[in-house]
Each structure stands twice: as structure tokens, then as C-alpha cells.
Design a protein around this ligand. Structure first.
Ligand code: PCA
Length: 324
């Protein structure tokens, strides 16, 4: 009896240690945007590919819609290791590094081709900056071109004055200031509520976010396609978590990240067309701003570019020189 018990205990211990050795790493991945958003869907595919191909060494589980950490918390959560991996809107992190805001400077890059060029010109510096904060950069994907949403029609500079404006980063706050609108910073998760309660009546964001939020249901009838910039989300990993992976697994993650980046850019391009159509199909008026307003926004953009170049210093100048 005693012998049987000993054998049983030894077997149990053996099984336990085996399963422990096979358990590998598990990463919970924090995503701010809803499961139906293309960034989240792309990240989930990335996570599945890594998990399937790592031979049990790494399992990545995505948590969309801010269910693990909200958008505004994700950068710090990954930096401190509370979440090993997460996705964050880069240009909301200008206080961490002004280089992260380069993709939200109005009219600096107004096509996917230029956005890609700007990304290439800025990537090394951004990756270095993140590395110095204990973060490993995996990939970045742009949102479709940013346009102006409004509850009421906008035909002149005067129509912008005093509009309660939803901002998502310092650059959109600055645009509002320079155009006479009244900005409030609100994360994407709270957009519908902000419009339905009347806290805001305009914003600049992608056709995708307007579609994801069914923004027409909140009294927003106008979308002006100013296509002034293509801001990106990035996926970052905590360096301590990264260092626990063996080199094969690290290589696999980087390879899948490169694939996700490529896929993400093409999904974004597709959304840039399809989602504008979705807004129009839902009954919104989708068009361009008139020449007077366009010029106004371009002047605001030029002011902001100068301000950003000052803030970003020599690193910023080098990136701009490389881009141009
Ligand atoms: N959607 C996100 C960021 C940029 C975009 O297109 C948002 O509105 O918060």
C-alpha cells in the first residue's frame, strides 16, 4: 500500500513538473479598440499565429476593447510589466517622446505612400526611444486617413468657432485651439457617450472609428474627408518578458510581427475606402471641405509642424530631413 502510494506520488510529481516545463510563457495582450476593429482583428491573428507556431513556448491571448487595460493605461501597463504586451495609439504618447507624434502632424504625409515613407524615416529613432524605456517594438499600423466629423454642416471658418470637439492627442487639441474649437480629450471607448450626451459635437478621426461607433446614431451627419494624416497604433512588449523567450521564439515573434504589419497596412487601405462608403450608406453626408477651410487647415498644419520640429529637436530634424 505504502509502495503504491509512493509510486503514485512520484508519478504525480513527475507529471506536474513535465506539464510545468511545457507550459511555456503566457502573454495577455492589452488592446484598446473593440474586437471588430481591424487593428484588434489583426493583432488577434498575430497572437494566434505565434501561439500555433511556437510549439507551446508562447501563448498570446488578446483582450480587446480595453478589457484588460484602457487605452490611456496600456503604455504604462506594458512598461511596468503589468501587461507583457499591448497595443497603443502612438501619437497620444508625445510626452514620452515627441517622435511618437510625428505621424499626427497635419499634411506632413497625406497618402499611404508618404505615410510609409515617414514611418521608415522615423522608425529607428522611435525604436531606440522605446528601448531606452525597457520596451521592445514589434510593429505599427496606420488608421485610415483622418477626417472631420460634425453634427452640423461646416461651410466656413466661422462654423468651427466654439464647436465642442473630441480630441485624442495633443495634436488634435492644438488643431482645435488654432481653429477656435473647444477640445476635450476622450478615448475612443467613450466616443458614443460623449456625442449622445452632447458633451461634444465634432471630432477628427478615421472613417473606420466613425463606422465602428455607428456615429450616425449619435446625431453626427457630416464627414469631411480632409485626409490630413495617418496616425498609427504600435505593438510593444515589456523587455523583461521578452528576455524570458528563447531566441527561436523571439525570432518567430518578430517574423509574425512583420507579417501582421504588412497585413495591417493593407487592411487599413481597404478600410479607407470601404468605411467611407459605410458612412455614406448609413445616410451621412460624406464630402470634402471647401477651399477656404482647406487652406485654413493647411495653415494650422504649417504652424503645428514648426512647433513640433522645435519640440522634437535634433532627432526630429533628422527624421524630417530623411523623410523629405
Ligand atoms: N481612431 C482612433 C485613433 C485614430 C483613429 O482613427 C480614435 O479615434 O481614437
Amino acid at each position: 500500500m505504502k509502495l503504491l502510494k509512493n509510486i503514485f506520488l512520484t508519478l504525480a510529481a513527475l507529471l506536474f513538473s513535465l506539464s510545468f516545463a511545457n507550459a511555456g510563457e503566457k502573454w495577455d495582450m492589452a488592446l484598446a479598440y473593440g474586437a471588430g476593429n481591424f487593428h484588434s482583428a489583426n493583432a488577434t491573428e498575430f497572437a494566434k499565429n505565434v501561439t500555433d507556431k511556437s510549439g507551446g513556448k508562447l501563448t498570446i491571448v488578446t483582450h480587446p476593447g480595453g478589457s484588460l487595460f484602457k487605452g490611456g493605461e496600456i503604455f504604462r501597463a506594458v512598461r511596468t510589466g503589468q501587461a507583457p504586451i499591448g497595443e497603443r495609439f502612438m501619437s497620444a504618447l508625445g510626452k514620452e517622446d515627441p517622435l511618437l507624434e510625428v505621424d499626427s502632424q497635419p499634411f506632413l504625409a497625406t497618402s499611404y505612400g508618404d505615410a510609409k515613407k515617414l514611418y521608415k524615416a522615423s522608425k529607428d529613432e522611435i525604436v531606440k526611444g522605446l528601448d531606452s524605456k525597457g520596451l521592445v517594438f514589434l510593429y505599427a499600423v496606420p488608421w485610415p486617413a483622418q477626417g472631420l466629423y460634425s453634427k452640423k454642416e461646416i461651410n466656413s471658418i466661422a462654423d468651427l468657432k466654439g464647436l465642442k470637439f473630441r480630441a485624442y492627442n495633443s495634436a488634435t487639441i492644438r488643431i482645435a485651439e488654432l481653429t477656435g474649437m473647444a477640445p476635450t480629450k476622450i478615448e475612443a471607448a467613450e466616443i458614443s457617450q460623449a456625442f449622445s450626451t452632447g458633451a461634444v459635437e465634432s471630432m477628427i478621426t478615421s472613417p473606420t472609428t466613425g463606422k465602428n461607433k455607428k456615429i450616425w446614431e449619435n446625431g453626427v451627419g457630416y464627414f469631411y474627408d480632409i485626409a490630413a494624416w495617418f496616425p498609427k497604433n504600435m505593438v510593444i512588449v515589456n523587455k523583461e518578458a521578452w528576455n524570458k523567450l528563447d531566441s527561436d521564439t523571439q525570432e518567430l515573434v518578430m517574423k509574425e510581427a512583420a507579417k501582421a504589419e504588412k497585413k495591417g497596412w493593407s487592411l487599413s487601405k481597404k478600410g479607407n475606402k470601404d468605411d467611407k462608403k459605410a458612412l455614406a450608406d448609413a445616410g451621412m453626408k460624406v464630402g470634402k471641405v471647401n477651399a477656404e477651410l482647406k487652406k485654413h487647415f493647411e495653415e494650422v498644419g504649417a504652424t503645428m509642424s514648426k512647433e513640433w520640429a522645435d519640440r522634437a529637436g535634433a532627432r526630429g530634424q533628422a527624421v524630417l530631413a530623411d523623410y523629405k
